[in-house]
Design a protein around this ligand. Sequence first.
Ligand SMILES: Nc1ncnc2c1ncn2[C@@H]1O[C@H](COP(=O)(O)OP(=O)(O)OP(=O)(O)O)[C@@H](O)[C@H]1O
Ligand code: SF4
Ligand SMILES: [Mg+2]
Length: 412
Amino acid sequence: MTDGNVSVPSERDENSEPGGNSEPGGNSEPGGNGEHGGNGERGGNSERGGNLVEVRDLKVHFPISRGVIFDRVVGHVKAVDGVDLSIPRGKTYGLVGESGCGKSTLGRALLQLTPPTSGQVTFDGVELTTLPPNKMRSMRRRMQMIFQDPMSSLDPRQNVESILVEGLQAHGIGADRNARREIITKTLDAVGLPKWALSRYPHEFSGGQRQRIGIARALVLGPDLIVADEPVSALDVSIQAQVVNLLDELQAELGLTYLVIAHDLAVVRHISDTIGVMYLGALVEEAPGDRLYRAPLHPYTRALMSAVPVPDPEVEDRRERILLAGDLPSPANPPTGCRFHTRCPWAQPTRCADERPVLRQIGDSRVACHFAEPIASGELRPHKVTAQLTRPEDEGETPGVVSAPSEPGSFV
Ligand SMILES: Nc1ncnc2c1ncn2[C@@H]1O[C@H](COP(=O)(O)OP(=O)(O)OP(=O)(O)O)[C@@H](O)[C@H]1O
Ligand code: SF4
Ligand SMILES: [Mg+2]
């Protein structure tokens, strides 16, 4: 965690530098280079309010090809299958869900690193899915990513300065070497790394410090949006809080907007304004962070929450525990109706297997469950679920799940 004042490597700071080697008003200003009406000004964006990101009915379907001589498409992995979400400027959206539910694909599609199959992604009012490549390139400066494994995402042959300068050069930021070094030094300071780090290589740093380099690499370009994909899951628990706090401080200082992807509910809880829970390519619940933890409405969210330990031993003894039956079904052949019905302890004989629930507003949450209200009131009681095994080899055929009574799931 940074101690004391966080130095802000923003365009505003750059521009306000008196004299120095930078050329005021020159082409070195990232905002000035932006091709979207000067929207590159981060301060201006965060002051304007509203949603920075809007995702509508986003789908990413990866083709599954088979064939000895000629490949033929035999099905699709529906990694993201109809996601709607909005992220207000300066806020954090936490995205959680089981491994393979499509979190990273959604994050990458949002940044157009993976091309969406269909749907819209609007960033600061600009529709990205139809943006010509040259305009998308300049937009990229404003949307950066922090990766899970800082070691594999940093080139071990490059020192920190050359890792950080790459993006500046690519986007024409900084009038000359000295100006770029100044931006980099400020950025290192902002993430709590000393100036001497400039000449060091990734292997010379601890895991937490490497992740700070990863954050600096995203930050150095003065982005508005950062997609952090499992930013702390490769770090020791003792270091995780420091990195989460750093992200929090940087957001407060710079007005950044975050999409934070995590397995660990504890990570997103403390940093998120809104949390979205994903299951098999779609959101099943979205709610303000506290609301989600206090009173989850979707059965899947209840199951996730029930796995989070509570520090109070008395509460821990009393709390609801839901053990989900079976694995996540194959996204190549998801269950019909509600995708969670094969594992849901509240699944009903009507609707659940044949009607896909839409994400609908209930209070301040959005929930995709036909029976959310009677489940919340206790009118519907949970029942035992028999685990269903997925058969990925059935891709494209039905059914995609088979009963496996020898592996019973349970609701305790
Ligand atoms: N390039 C690809 N081609 C084909 N399938 C893919 C590709 N990328 C991801 N998938 C599949 O899409 C599904 C979602 O993957 P994704 O990596 O988005 O999940 P995730 O929620 O991020 O998982 P994890 O928590 O393990 O990182 C998985 O079934 C995965 O195998
Ligand atoms: S719609 Fe049915 S199967 Fe789906 S979460 Fe609600 S109760 Fe469970
Ligand atoms: Mg992932």
